[in-house]
Ligand binder design. Structure first.
Ligand code: PBG
Length: 326
């Protein structure tokens, strides 16, 4: 008796495997996170993110040019300011580093590139929190919303195609959407970091942007608890109702169930952020010769797509796009 099903038939050659592949990974599905620092004369290596740098305005343009050549057409920008203050005013200053960088990229590449701007204040505040800190050390949700509205307007005035609020304040999407509407910005896309978990995997990022949370604190008072699944749906539905065009899950590998839930429950594009710690773990193991970084990256990002992400923010964007076009 032979088995009726012989799945191995469909695995025999690369061409057959490609024919029946359920999931694809294309450079246009990848979004490259990029850091731009104020006052640098040379790009500065980020030790915790091998292969990544804090860019100067010039090196940022070169990097985007190289990304476009490999088929990666979207980037998300993070600014690293020279000076910080209690409220993070460089985040909404018209000549803040992020705004200057957005303008420079849109001048150089126009609509060839999708420029996303991370919308938060933690890189700009002396205490490293994502909002206004009260005297007892907690973050004031509603006072923070006013700051986010100002940041959104500054980023959009500079030319951002997409603003991506990442602070996990309740009502942040609504506050930003109404500020944009009031100022006649109807075309701006909001990508909500809808389900952002309080994760240990953001460590290398904080080194990359020079953020240290005051007093060894954490973000558990506003980011999601990793024990919770249904809460992500509540967050994401609220964001869509408030005017988010797309929602994001973050981190990626440890939250694939959440990606899958949002994919099936909502009708908007779902993104996932393969974060700094996820990248750094693969790179560190590969440096020791324990794993093949490219193979693992391909496998992980394919898994994120398979779980339901329409696109993925990843520090592997450029190297994978180069690999995919080989
Ligand atoms: C907040 C923000 C963070 C990341 C993206 N936006 C840091 C945080 O919430 O502490 C983390 C991204 C990563 O780890 O790659 N501005």
């Amino acid at each position: 008796m032979f088995p009726a099903q012989r799945p191995r038939r469909l695995r025999r050659t690369p061409a057959i495997r490609r024919l029946v592949a359920e999931t694809s990974l294309d450079p246009s599905d990848l979004v490259a996170p990029l850091f731009v620092a104020e006052g640098l004369s040379e790009p500065q290596a980020i030790l915790s993110l091998p292969g990544h740098v804090q860019h100067t305005l010039d090196s940022l343009r070169d990097e985007v040019k190289a990304l476009l050549a490999t088929g990666v057409t979207s980037v998300i920008l993070f600014g690293v300011p020279l000076s910080k203050d209690e409220l993070g005013s460089e985040a909404w200053s018209g000549d803040g580093i992020a705004q200057v960088a957005i303008r420079s990229l849109k001048d150089a590449f126009g609509d060839e590139v999708v420029v996303m701007a991370d919308l938060c204040v933690d890189e700009y505040t002396t205490h490293g929190h994502c909002g206004v800190v009260r005297s007892d050390g907690s973050v004031d949700n509603d006072a923070t919303l006013e700051l986010y509205a100002k940041v959104a307007l500054a980023q959009v005035e500079a030319g951002a195609d997409v603003v991506a609020p990442s602070g996990m304040m309740d009502g942040q999407v609504g506050a930003i959407r109404s500020a944009l509407e009031d100022h006649g910005y109807q075309e701006t896309i909001i990508l909500a970091y809808a389900a952002k978990y309080a994760s240990g995997l953001y460590g290398p990022f904080r080194e990359a942007v020079g953020v240290e949370i005051v007093g060894g604190g954490n973000r558990k008072g506003y980011q999601q608890d990793s024990s919770n699944r249904r809460e992500a749906l509540l967050e994401a539905r609220a964001d869509v109702e408030q005017g988010a065009d797309m929602v994001m899950v973050k981190p990626a590998m440890t939250y694939l169930d959440i990606v899958s839930d949002l994919k099936f429950a909502l009708d908007v594009p779902v993104a996932a952020y393969h974060v700094s710690g996820e990248y750094a773990m693969v790179k560190a193991a590969a440096e020791r010769g324990w794993i093949d970084a490219t193979a693992v990256a391909l496998e992980q990002l394919t898994a994120v797509r398979r779980a339901g992400a329409d696109f993925v923010l990843t520090y592997f964007a450029r190297e994978l796009a180069e690999e995919l076009s080989r």
